[in-house]
Design a protein. Structure first.
Length: 149
């Protein structure tokens, strides 16, 4: 399923934790089950990137409203007001209440590490992308080199 929404301002907790998120304005009735997901993110300023999506109430910080938040590793910029499309790849884990903010930060780091494992997945065929140089050598499809005189 493709989730589409405009990026709106949140309470900037993700930024304080070192993982700034884009909070998407989406009808909560269409949210997936609460948890953390690996996803592909599409948008005007973001061309097919991996993202970590958190869906839920953020119980560690006593949240009550269900949110759909997207962290895009290595992205720097302002997404406020832009439209993002998010396609979930796989659920990483269920939502959980952590004993401390430090424990939450350690888990987010691990979640992002897990999401980045999908970096070599072909979004069209959902399979590992072969090493292009090695494949072209094996198939003999290298460009012919001009002969030297």
């Amino acid at each position: 399923m493709l989730y589409c929404g405009r990026v709106v301002a949140g309470d900037k907790l993700g930024r304080k934790l070192g993982y700034p998120t884009a909070n998407l304005e989406i009808d909560p009735s269409v949210f997936p089950k609460d948890g953390v997901y690996a996803a592909r993110v599409y948008g005007d300023k973001v061309c097919i990137r991996l993202g970590a999506v958190s869906v839920g109430t953020r119980p560690t910080v006593a949240g009550s409203q269900r949110l759909f938040e997207v962290y895009i590793p290595e992205f720097k910029g302002n997404l406020y007001g832009t439209e993002l499309k998010v396609s979930l790849i796989k659920k990483i884990r269920n939502q959980k209440k952590f004993a401390s903010i430090e424990e939450l930060k350690r888990q987010i780091k691990e979640d992002v590490r897990e999401v980045l494992k999908f970096k070599t997945i072909d979004p069209v065929k959902d399979r590992r992308i072969p090493d292009r140089k090695r494949t072209s050598r094996l198939l003999g499809s290298r460009k012919p080199q001009p002969k030297k005189d």
